[in-house]
Write a protein that binds this ligand. Structure first.
Ligand code: AMP
Length: 249
């Protein structure tokens, strides 16, 4: 059984996002871009399922510019067997990503797809769910435990009231939560091995899929800078300032 892992290239989580001077978006020029952390968890989970004998092949898929090849190599260094880049320089909303990944999933005949619960750049948290809807598959979002046996997926989800356990017949979409696993450290030998694994590039424009954005960004702004704090003399001074200056009591 094949598993597809959706991998997005995003601004590295250690890098402070800066807004472009014209306010049209986040400036990605000359910034470190890496695999979305939830997608690293997705890769790790797929590879663990393969190591446990539950799946036979792990295919990493990314949609975006040529630079995503680097991210797909990282997915293969974690242990994905091969990778597919659906290449486009056009801005992609989650619906467009879901449609492009549907094309690959149908072509490959995968029975399981693992997405991150959200991409940390635009925080949409939608692509996995939209993919499930387009495919007509069952979905288990925000998974903290996954097991596959006898054509059935068992998934534990962390919800407000505790843990919810779902059992679904394959094919299934899973989206990963932070506590699902801790991705392995990528070793140099595995980076070298990943260079030799197959990476296929498909031109998104040749697929005839409508990936036009449904929304437009009006303006992006940096959050207001925090004002410096002050030291108060004593509790009476604090209460006075809360009443008279902050007017919160
Ligand atoms: P989002 O709905 O944008 O928050 O993304 C949720 C998940 O969908 C991500 O964690 C990825 O697994 C997947 N995804 C989003 N955008 C892409 C992309 N351009 N290429 C591949 N996978 C993506």
């Amino acid at each position: 059984m094949k598993v597809l892992v959706a991998v997005k290239r995003v601004l590295d989580y250690n890098v402070k996002a800066r807004v472009k001077s014209d306010g049209s978006g986040v400036d990605l020029a000359n910034q470190k871009l890496s695999m979305n952390p939830f997608d690293e968890i997705a890769c790790e989970e797929a590879v663990r399922l393969k190591e446990a004998g539950a799946v036979t092949e792990v295919i990493a898929v990314s949609c975006g510019s040529a630079g995503c090849q680097e991210t797909l190599r990282s997915a293969m260094a974690i242990g994905a067997d091969r990778a597919v880049l659906v290449q486009t320089d056009a801005p992609l909303e989650p619906l467009a990503v879901a449609k492009l990944i549907r094309h690959v999933a149908q072509r490959e005949g995968v029975q399981l797809a693992i997405f991150g619960k959200q991409a940390i750049d635009d925080d949409a948290g939608q692509a996995g769910q939209m993919f499930a809807a387009l495919m007509g598959w069952a979905q288990a979002t925000f998974a903290s435990k996954v097991s596959i046996a006898d054509g059935t997926a068992s998934v534990t989800r962390e919800i407000d009231g505790g843990l919810e356990k779902l059992r679904m017949k394959l094919p299934v979409v899973v989206t990963t939560d932070l506590r699902l696993n801790e991705p392995r450290f990528i070793t140099l030998p595995n980076i070298m091995k990943a260079k030799k694994k197959p990476l296929e590039v498909i031109d998104a424009a040749a697929l005839g899929i409508d990936i036009e954005p449904r929304t437009s960004t009006l303006r992006v702004e940096e959050p207001a800078a925090r004002k410096a704090g002050i030291k108060v003399a004593d509790v009476a001074d604090l209460v006075k300032r809360l009443k008279e200056e902050a007017k919160v009591i």
